[in-house]
Design a protein around this ligand. Structure first.
Ligand code: SF4
Length: 418
């Protein structure tokens, strides 16, 4: 069987973002940005580039209405700068009002990477320290310790079969059952905030390689619904998918102008949003979950310092948060840049920042001021700065950032019990 193009466990270094978006129906985020009261730097700079149903999230931010956020980290090694973007996106949305949830996907690390539970706890604690160092406020949990999550995963598993998992993930007859179980646990993670609190729009910020989990969960959330609500020309139709007759009766009773037919209720003179809200209440009263279909955003990846993916399996490609200072400097000074072969060419032609791992490191994390970043871009393109000088300045920024960040992580670590 051919492996699907996006695979959450693959070490494929890069994806063609536009092709992947077109193939899997991911929309660009730019058209939704005017809905946000404030556009964060990672959206302004084209780091978070794609979305599914981000509009309800942007409106919830603008209107101060409830919404959730859930993301997860697989504790398969020490966290590093490649994980920082997602953490920043999480913290920003929580600051905008999201009920924040972060799962440590230790069941996935155990099933897919073969890590011991002890290592999962150790690495998981480091991820949580990073999040709290950035100012995260919300709920965090380890998958293996959350019994409510495991019950929800079991229920979600009744909505999917192996053919679907094979189509989405490229599973084979040799795929371990625990691997499939870790997938359904992640589905439950995504739905969990709506069970633990209340049904509400839920954002799942991810890297594009995690889109299979989003697609699977959106489908399962839909399967859990008892009704569909559709706006027609001059009425709203509420159709039963698997609702008990009493629930359909309750829908009719809730609206004075409703007419009940075989399997559906049509309502004249009501707003679709009002009907949807009421129908969710009725679903919940009848024992359903009334899930909102989860929304998602997609960020591009910070490339590794050697080019390709920043990956724990290539130590030279990454900088971990506890990397010794000398190693940080050495890695930055050896990084792959967009510089020319000779100094003379660099002065004459300028560098190519878009191809430079260090420019991108500065763009993602090290230079938060847009004007300063634009200045670096200009100096690089004009050949005014050499790569040697630029590397030294970047190394200083990274060392200073890590020193401050580690202190915050250490303080946070003291408060985390695993
Ligand atoms: Fe990269 Fe800086 Fe060299 Fe430009 S000058 S290519 S940004 S290292």
């Amino acid at each position: 069987m051919t492996e699907p193009q996006i695979n959450p466990w693959s070490s494929t270094p890069t994806l063609d973002v536009e092709k992947t978006f077109a193939e899997f129906g991911i929309d660009p985020i730019a058209p939704v940005l005017p809905e946000l009261p404030e556009v964060p730097y990672f959206m302004r700079r084209g780091i978070v580039v794609g979305q599914r149903d981000y509009l309800p999230i942007a409106r919830a931010i603008r209107n101060h209405t409830p919404f959730h956020l859930l993301t997860g980290f697989m504790p398969s090694g020490h966290p590093h700068l490649g994980h920082l973007m997602l953490m920043r996106e999480v913290v920003w949305h929580v600051q905008q009002g999201a009920n924040g949830y972060v799962t440590i996907a230790d069941r996935e690390a155990y099933a897919v990477r073969g890590l011991s539970w002890e290592k999962c706890r150790e690495y998981g604690k480091e991820y949580l320290s990073c999040l709290y160092a950035l100012g995260f406020e919300g709920q965090t949990y380890f998958q293996s310790k959350n019994s409510r999550l495991k019950d929800l995963a079991f229920e979600a598993a009744t909505k999917v079969n192996f053919s679907e998992l094979t189509a989405i993930y490229g599973f084979t007859p040799e795929t371990a059952l625990a691997h499939a179980d870790s997938v359904i646990t992640q589905v439950a993670d995504i739905l969990y905030p709506q069970v633990e609190r209340e049904p509400a729009p839920t954002l799942v910020p991810v890297g594009i390689d995690q889109d299979p989990h989003i697609r699977l969960t959106r489908g399962i959330a839909h399967k859990f619904r008892m009704f569909t609500v559709e706006e027609r020309e001059d009425y709203v139709s509420v159709r039963s998918k698997n609702a008990p007759e009493a629930a359909l009766d309750a829908v009719k009773k809730a609206f004075p102008h409703a007419k009940k037919y075989e399997g559906h209720v049509d309502i004249k003179g009501a707003a679709c949003a009002d009907v949807s809200t009421k129908v969710r209440d009725i679903e919940r009263a009848c024992g359903g979950y009334a899930f909102y279909t989860p929304s998602s955003t997609y960020h591009i990846f910070l490339p590794g310092l050697t080019g390709g993916k920043m990956s724990s399996s290539i130590p030279e490609s990454l900088i971990s948060f506890y990397e010794p200072e000398a190693a940080v400097r050495k890695k930055v000074m050896s990084a792959l840049t967009g510089g020319r072969m000779t100094l003379e060419e660099q002065r004459r032609l300028g560098g190519e920042p878009e191809k430079c791992t260090l420019y991108l490191l500065n763009m993602f994390h090290m230079i938060t001021d847009d004007a300063k970043l634009a200045e670096l871009h200009r100096k690089c393109r004009s050949g005014e700065i050499t790569c040697g000088q630029c590397k030294k300045e970047t190394a200083e920024r990274v060392v200073a950032f890590l020193k401050d960040f580690r202190e915050k992580m250490d303080v946070a670590a003291e408060t985390i019990e695993v």
